[in-house]
Design a protein around this ligand. Sequence first.
Ligand code: ADP
Length: 330
Amino acid sequence: SRAPLSSLDLGRCVQHLFNLHLLFSMAVSHRLFRLQSPAKNILSSFFIRSLPSSYSSSSGPTLDPEIDLEEAAAQLEKSSSSSSSPSPSESKGRNFHWVFLGCPGVGKGTYASRLSTLLGVPHIATGDLVREELSSSSLLSSQLKELVNHGKLVPDEFIISLLSKRLEAGKEKGESGYILDGFPRTVTQAEILEGVTNIDLVINLKLREEALLAKCLGRRICSECGANYNVACIDIKGGDDDASPRMYMPPLLPPKSCESKLITRADDTEEVVKERLKIYNKMTQPVEEFYRKRGKLLEFDLPGGIPQSWPRLLRALHLEDLDDKQSAIA
Ligand code: ADP
């Protein structure tokens, strides 16, 4: 005789139905995975086929083999190949393919965007791409909102497609090189990225855990110009030993012109930030190891706010001369 359905089984059934529903709507409403010309590159097909079967989507949805990672990866490979005309970054002599890793609230966006200005390569934040997608009123966006607003990752296939579209658009404008922020966030994403392009440096930003939650809760964004501010004043007392000195991060307050237009991200609530941190530790920390093993990881402990951290980061990247030259020009 059959055992009665446990609540765990029931939960799995509901989750499975939700996943199927989500993927079906993604495919139908966006035709996201029916990529323009599925001229699959042999190399990437081989590469994806060689992924262990445990590499299913990270954030829950089990994918229909018809809507697979392989197509998303082929699209990424196509959009990652260089454009024929030299881009401004190439004309500067270097073509950067850098990645920023780090927990929510660590400041990936802040430092990636500063470096992007300094080096003349685009800063591509997958979180921004997801939020853009959410701002549309499609069925897909309301379903994705469910995931994002609960601190979950969106499916690998979806994020890879979004990134490919962004890279393709950049290629048409003559962009090449990038500083990726928020991608890859799972080992599957890292494997796929590594299979289609050569990432030359991964900067792993680290900040004391006590500061991360406070920074997320204090984050404010100008709804008009998109600038990021922080109203939190973080002052963590130092320990008796040298290993944990005092950490002071003053608020980064908005100018008068932005003051009345500040908004908070829907996923910057205490409960959701804690979930995002948990997911980071489970899904993204293995990505650090992935790059460490390949000798690409630069660990950088943020000593405090921007005034303290920026010059040290530049020194770690051997870019301080470039910053001096730019400051002299400005
Ligand atoms: P965080 O402050 O957590 O680093 P982001 O702005 O980078 O936030 O991302 C916001 C949300 O967008 C994430 O919580 C996740 O739902 C989704 N997201 C962004 N990048 C990825 C990715 N590479 N893979 C899966 N989901 C992603």
